[in-house]
Write a protein that binds this ligand. Structure first.
Ligand code: C2E
Ligand code: CA
Length: 628
């Protein structure tokens, strides 16, 4: 799109927002000031001329008075016009009438012989006006009055006409000086004005520009998309540097900016001739182009991951980058910038989860599942307030004693419309939006309170396992929160086991590790959930003295038939034995799986074969009916 046309659209937007542009205001102010100066020049000049004619001119005729009269009328008219509601465009035309009148001033002098004092005073006023300098205008007006008084006091027949009436040369010089002054003044004024407008424009455009990369920003991009959409089908892409925050932290501001510049350059080289490119938030860039039947642009878009990923060699450093790209089309995904940006974001989120250098198009399914996640995210807080969460407990059995040794607390959400929402769906959402901290604390307190009540009626109290998210561990008051839950409920620390995944141990500053050790020092037990599914399961065992490792269902599944699982399970069991750690196999569903574990000397088990997660009231019943 032509930039002028686009600029006009942007200005329209500004005006629609009720935003008065500083450059417009400045232009208006200076134009009204020019009106005031022009008017004043004619009013004062007319007055002086009248006085001159009255006092000094021999035999003045009606035409002599007409000139200063017209000057005054136009001058007063201009000063008055400034305050009226006449349209600005009209005012400009009327103000310019003064230009036509001002030379009449000179006419009198040129015709009657130039009294140098008068002529210079007049030039001074004109110069002041030409330079649009208020101070100069003021002093020139004062000087004119002083000059007038002096002339009236000192004038005599001999001193009036210092210059001979016939001195055409001087008149010519005066006239030339006048023209040169005005021309020069106007030029300087114009230059100043241009500079100022340019500066103001730039200052105003920062609202639509990314100052760091000197390119359009998100607001400009949204306007562009909405401007194009009614008539054009657009393809919109959100391009993101993966791990931008980490890059920023590692490289620092200056290097990160240099990297962004090169990144931007690569996008521009590939797409700028066909697309509108803008800077989004953080490490994001936005691209919009017209959907073409030949799909040529899309083909170019498809090469973006390859173009943008890989090694960036900059002057003082190198950096390896990967990207994620989300793409959406207006024809199928929306007719408004908000909608398109949201859908591109859904696609981008999905691209991120798929790993490095993925370019993903938004599909109706993707949109549906993303919207569901958002609805869940919104619903979590409400659900908390409305008491829609409750806990169920899944028994854990000790194979050697044949007794129920403990229970794992599992949270449930009874959604009024969606029904029972499984934790697998909403825990992840709660972790992303931080709600898990509040929910996790509630779960901990509730589980401790309920199991403490149950335990008080049992000869052999049950161990309570509670799943704890890494986000909870990362909270500065995590240790205090856990200890407070025990204190409030009277639950014994030795009976509480917190289940953590490996992620909790990956923190580089080891702060999490220290917190976990602190809890252990109070007697709280620690279990590693989903042992063997991460990258560093064995590393964790070196870092912290865990009490239990939980073998996930995927290794237990058909272990009686699946040789791979047999090897894994045997290895984990013997390793647990050597480390003196309890091994609990999860997800036992079949008798054969259970028998295999018994044969291999497994210690603890949990699974549907024994019991599903049940409400608190049912746990007690299960104590006596559990298979053994
Ligand atoms: P998890 O900690 O691995 O929990 C075990 C999951 O396996 C539970 O699913 C349980 O119902 C299910 N399960 C148990 N035995 C069997 C079996 O024999 N067969 C099959 N197919 N499944 C079995 P649930 O309750 O849906 O929980 C899923 C995940 O949600 C949990 O995995 C845990 O990571 C998370 N979660 C659940 N409750 C909480 C909680 O209170 N706090 C936190 N942070 N996470 C929780
Ligand atoms: Ca668990």
């Amino acid at each position: 799109m032509k930039s002028k046309q686009w600029r006009r659209h942007i200005n329209m937007h500004r005006m629609n927002q009720g935003y008065e542009m500083a450059s417009d205001k400045l232009r208006n102010d200076s134009f009204h000031l020019a009106g005031l100066v022009l008017g004043s020049v004619n009013v004062i000049g007319g007055a002086l001329l009248t006085l001159y004619i009255l006092i000094l001119k021999a035999d003045p005729g009606w035409i002599d008075y007409l000139i200063p009269f017209v000057m005054q009328i136009v001058g007063y008219g201009t000063v008055w016009l400034r305050r009226t509601d006449v349209k600005d465009e009209m005012k400009v035309r009327l103000y310019s009438l003064n230009y036509v009148i001002i030379p009449l001033h000179l006419y009198t002098f040129l015709n009657d012989g130039a009294d140098p004092f008068w002529a210079l005073t007049f030039l001074y006023v004109t110069l002041a006006f030409a330079l649009q300098n208020r101070m100069l205008v003021l002093t020139s007006v004062v000087a004119s009055f002083v000059g007038l008084i002096l002339i009236m006091v000192l004038s005599s027949a001999e001193t009036i006409a210092v210059v001979d009436r016939e001195d055409h040369l001087l008149r010519l010089i005066l006239f030339a000086i006048f023209v040169a002054y005005v021309a020069w003044g106007l030029k300087v004024g114009k230059e100043k004005e241009t500079l100022l407008y340019d500066y103001m424009n730039r200052a105003e455009n920062t609202a639509y520009e990314d100052p760091q990369l000197a390119m359009p920003n998100q607001l400009d991009f949204n306007l562009y998309v909405d401007y194009q959409l009614p008539e054009t089908e657009l393809i919109v892409a959100k391009i993101e540097m993966n791990e931008y925050e980490a890059i920023y932290n590692v490289l620092g501001h200056r290097k990160c900016e240099a990297l962004l510049h090169v990144f931007k350059q690569r996008i521009i080289e590939l797409l700028a001739d066909v697309a509108h490119v803008a800077k989004g938030e953080g490490g994001q860039f936005l691209v919009a182009f017209k959907a073409d039947e030949s799909n040529q642009e899309e083909q170019r878009l498809a090469t973006l991951p390859e173009t943008l990923s890989g090694m960036y060699v900059l002057e003082s450093f190198d950096y390896m980058l990967s990207v994620s790209i989300g793409v959406t089309k207006s024809e199928s995904d929306g007719r408004h910038s908000d909608e398109l940006m949201r859908n591109a974001q859904f696609a981008l989120n999905h691209a991120r989860t798929l790993g490095m250098n993925q370019l993903i198009y938004c599909t109706p399914e993707l949109k549906r599942s993303s919207l569901k996640t958002i609805r869940l995210s919104d619903g979590l807080h409400r659900a908390y307030l409305d008491d829609e969460f409750h806990l169920v407990y899944q028994p854990q059995l000790n194979l050697r004693s044949g007794q129920m040794s403990g229970v794992e607390a599992l949270v449930r959400w009874e959604h009024p419309e969606l029904g029972s929402v499984p934790p697998g769906v909403f825990i992840e959402v709660a972790e992303k939006n931080g709600f898990i901290v509040k929910l996790g604390t509630w779960i901990l307190r509730k589980a401790c309170a309920e199991i403490q009540t149950l335990n008080s009626s049992l000869a052999n109290p049950l161990r309570l396992a509670v799943n704890v998210s890494v986000i909870q561990v990362e909270q500065p008051d995590f240790v205090e929160t856990v200890l407070a839950a025990l204190e409030e409920t009277g639950m014994s620390a030795e009976l509480l086991e917190i289940e953590l995944t490996e992620r909790a141990f990956l923190n580089h500053d080891e702060a999490n590790l220290m917190k976990i050790q602190k809890l252990q020092s109070h007697g709280i037990q620690v279990a590693i959930d989903d042992f063997g599914t991460g990258y560093s399961s064995f590393d964790v065992l070196k870092k912290v003295r865990v009490d239990t490792i939980k073998v996930p269902r995927e290794f237990v599944d058909y272990v009686d038939e699946n040789v791979d699982n047999q090897h894994i399970l045997e290895t984990i069991l013997s390793m647990a034995n050597r480390f003196g750690v309890t091994c609990l196999a999860e997800g036992i569903e079949r008798k054969e799986e259970n028998d295999f574990l018994v044969r291999q000397g497994g210690e603890e088990v949990q699974g549907y074969y024994y019991a599903r997660p049940v409400a608190l009231e049912d746990v007690q019943r299960q104590l006596f009916t559990l298979k053994s």
